[in-house]
Design a protein around this ligand. Structure first.
Ligand SMILES: [Zn+2]
Length: 125
């Protein structure tokens, strides 16, 4: 993910990305990650309006790719946030990690990757 994309993400998520975090997802997943973070941020903004819950704002710890699938760890998460993450995970296996096109999961060595046919053939050469 490019620096400009990370900057856009931080701007959209002043609460959830306020603390130290690690985002290491491939560029093809930017839209997906952006949407997921925006939805988590909206939940955080709502919690922020309730004075008594403000101590427990959701914070994104890391977002990364693991076995061709998006993983995201959040502290102070809740059921709604878990749903948002689960939805993004399901979408991530259908999106090419490199370009965002429609993808399938493939085995590469001991790993699983999610990529389009074009990128799959590039890497199997
Ligand atoms: Zn691709």
């Amino acid at each position: 993910m490019k620096a400009a994309q990370k900057a856009r993400l931080k701007l959209r998520c002043p609460i959830t990305l306020a603390r130290e975090h690690q985002i290491t997802v491939p560029a093809g997943w930017f839209d997906l990650v952006y949407q997921m973070c925006a939805e988590i941020e909206d939940i955080a903004q709502q919690i922020n309006q309730k004075r008594r819950q403000r101590m427990f704002l959701p914070r994104i710890i890391f977002i990364e790719e693991h076995m061709g699938k998006l993983t995201c760890e959040v502290i102070n998460g809740n059921k709604d946030i878990s749903e948002v993450i689960k939805k993004a995970q399901m979408r991530s296996v259908q999106r090419c990690m490199y370009c965002g096109d429609e993808a399938h999961q493939f085995r590469r060595g001991g790993n699983l990757v999610s990529c389009c046919d074009r990128h799959r053939s590039q890497f199997s050469l």
